[in-house]
Design a protein around this ligand. Structure first.
Ligand code: HEM
Length: 253
């Protein structure tokens, strides 16, 4: 009875328009199923069985990507309530935590997954290094990975300012003061002043839109945190995943 029902469903035009290939009972069908599914397509078509072992990757790259999805989902929720205005931001965060339905849960999930993503991306990089997976032909993907790591750290750092509490204000003041001491681009850094850097035109000024952390800084960090960096990370991940597929997965010998 169940078999007949399953066959009936599989024979409908709707089912066949979504799942174009049948049961993966031979090599050709297995490949076709990989090719025609977005999720399975992320893996190379041929892969060593040993490379699929959990203890080889510990799923660290996949978990990093999952954390990014979770951050996006909870972040969109937070955006419904948060206004990047120095007069409202702190109160908004308190309201989200205590008064909004499931707000505390969303905020905690956002915070914990942010910390987890930073940790997991570092660990993933460590795994890739320890298994020598950065060697040819995967050097380019290692480079993309370094960009992804930098963007992940920037994402975490820009989010730090948004609660607009004392910790946020002083953390970003210290962080951007470090930018001020950057060689060439910061007015207090080596060769900065020789290249015409001043307190009102150097890299710190560009970052915070002024000489002190205030309204312009909050707005800039908000736009970077909610739009620019997530878009760049998404593009980076697309290239990263595409290259994993094209380079083939390293896997233990
Ligand atoms: C947002 C950050 C990142 C995400 C979401 C991500 C995701 C992934 C995923 C899902 C894989 C497949 C295997 C696995 O799970 O380990 C992978 C492989 C790989 N990743 Fe990343 N990655 C990120 C950052 C990095 C970084 C920081 C590096 C190094 C600097 C890197 C270099 C590589 C390389 C070389 C491979 C191929 C590994 C192999 O063939 O064994 N990735 N990445």
């Amino acid at each position: 009875m169940i078999d007949r029902l399953a066959k009936f469903v599989r024979d409908t035009q709707i089912w066949q328009s979504v799942f174009r290939h049948g049961y993966p009972d031979n090599d050709r069908n297995q490949s076709l199923i990989m090719f025609s599914s977005v999720l399975l397509h992320l893996h190379p078509v041929k892969i060593r069985r040993s490379a699929l072992r959990f203890r080889y990757t510990m799923c660290l790259g996949g978990l990093s990507a999952f954390m990014f999805l979770l951050l996006t989902f909870t972040g969109i929720f937070l955006m419904f309530y948060y206004v990047p205005d120095t007069r409202q931001a702190f109160q908004n965060i308190k309201d989200i935590t205590s008064n909004v339905f499931m707000g505390g849960l969303m905020r905690d999930l956002h915070k914990w997954s942010a910390e987890a993503m930073v940790f997991l991306v570092w660990m993933h990089m460590f795994r890739v290094f320890m298994t020598g997976s950065y060697k040819a032909p995967r050097e380019f993907n290692w480079g993309i990975g370094v960009i992804l790591l930098t963007l992940t750290l920037l994402l975490s750092w820009t989010g730090y300012l948004l609660p607009w509490d004392q910790l946020a204000l002083w953390a970003i003041t210290v962080g951007t003061k470090m930018a001020e001491a950057t060689p060439f681009f910061g007015y207090a850094g080596p060769w900065g002043q020789q290249l015409g850097m001043r307190v009102d035109n150097d890299i710190r000024f560009l970052l915070i839109g002024g000489t002190v952390v205030g309204q312009s800084a909050l707005l800039r960090f908000y736009v970077l945190h909610c739009v620019a960096l997530p878009v760049l990370i998404t593009l980076g991940m697309v290239v990263h995943f595409w290259r994993i597929r094209k380079d083939g997965f390293s896997g233990p010998l």
